[in-house]
Write a protein that binds this ligand. Structure first.
Ligand SMILES: C[S@@+](CC[C@H](N)C(=O)[O-])C[C@H]1O[C@@H](n2cnc3c(N)ncnc32)[C@H](O)[C@@H]1O
Length: 302
């Protein structure tokens, strides 16, 4: 059984059914995410872009290379590469389509060496190719918010353990704002985010022989105030059973039962230096967008 089928089966066997969010990004999912970034409701990407244009000239100039976790299309990365002119840029992403677009968007700004892998595997691969000079790791767009806090700290420590003295991370965090504004960003009126979420079921049908009927599921975004996160779910509109051939698995759904597909945790700017120090980083600078509260942070390997 392949890894996708194994993880789908394990996730759908949990009491709260869930699917790993990295599987949202096949070719179609990556294209739908790019569409999300230009939705009027999704201010996050525009805020991050404004900050990156503002902070890029202020970044230290001692990095010979840049690597990026979950680069996506790389559109937002342009001002950073333009300012630093790194010898090599290593975009790390699970999505082949995203890496191809990234290579096209940033052509000419650096020697681009895409790595199709999950974050930490990609970092290991990059470390085998890098030179001894300091490197800047980018983790933009608040993708760090997809982890719950124990997994976030494990991820930050795993990355830190692979960094060398002088390396740094530029990391974005979406900040708490009015609940309605946060909900709209993950449940837009045109239904692009719904399509992005439902595509995960379509991907299971395409790649591992699922028979999900997409009309029998509805996109749902909720704000979990206790955990300070937006949760995306797929709600079964009816009682039904779905089979997934390659996972040798049949899955029963009660009416209104949900599959939890992604979390997006929200933060307070004041808690970020403590998160840095607790995981082995020294916070060096912070930039905040006031229009759509969002923070970019430069953390040095302590
Ligand atoms: C929310 S998008 C962000 C893209 C871009 N960094 C931005 O800020 O607009 C997340 C990106 O990370 C990739 N991704 C998600 N989970 C991943 C994982 N575990 N390892 C590597 N890439 C991942 C996805 O394919 C997607 O391109």
């Amino acid at each position: 059984m392949n890894q996708f089928a194994c993880e789908v089966r394990a996730g759908l066997n949990k009491p709260q059914k869930e699917l790993p969010s990295k599987y949202l990004y096949d070719d179609l999912g990556s294209a739908l995410f790019d569409a999300i970034t230009v939705l009027p409701e999704y201010g996050l990407t525009r805020a991050d872009s404004r900050l990156l244009h503002r902070l890029a000239p202020e970044l230290p100039r001692d990095f010979s290379s840049v690597a990026e976790f979950g680069s996506g299309s790389g559109l937002k990365t342009r001002p950073v590469l333009s300012a630093l002119s790194p010898q090599t840029y290593f975009p790390i992403d699970v999505s082949h389509a995203a890496l191809e677009r990234c290579r096209r968007e940033l052509a000419g700004l650096s020697d681009i060496q895409p790595i199709q892998a999950s974050y930490i595997d990609g970092l290991d691969c990059m470390n085998r190719r890098r030179d001894a000079q300091p490197i800047l790791l980018l983790f933009l767009g608040s993708s760090i918010g997809n982890f719950d806090s124990p997994c976030r700290d494990i991820f930050l420590r795993q990355a830190r353990a692979r960094m060398k003295p002088g390396d740094a991370m530029l990391i974005g965090f979406d900040l708490e704002k009015q609940v309605e504004k946060m909900l709209d960003a993950y449940d837009d009126a045109t239904g692009v985010t719904a399509a992005f979420n439902l595509n995960l079921l379509a991907r299971i049908n395409r790649e591992i022989g699922g028979d999900f009927k997409l009309h029998a599921f509805a996109h749902q975004a909720i704000y979990n105030a206790d955990e300070r996160r937006i949760e995306m779910h797929l709600r079964s509109r009816i009682e039904q059973t779905v089979t997934i051939a390659a996972a040798e698995f049949g899955c029963h759904f009660r009416e209104d039962e949900t599959i939890w597909t992604e979390s997006s945790h929200k933060f307070d700017a004041d808690e970020l230096p403590e998160i840095a120090r607790a995981n082995g980083y020294e916070p060096e600078a912070q930039w905040i967008d006031e229009e759509w509260p969002f923070a970019e942070n430069l953390w040095r390997a302590a």
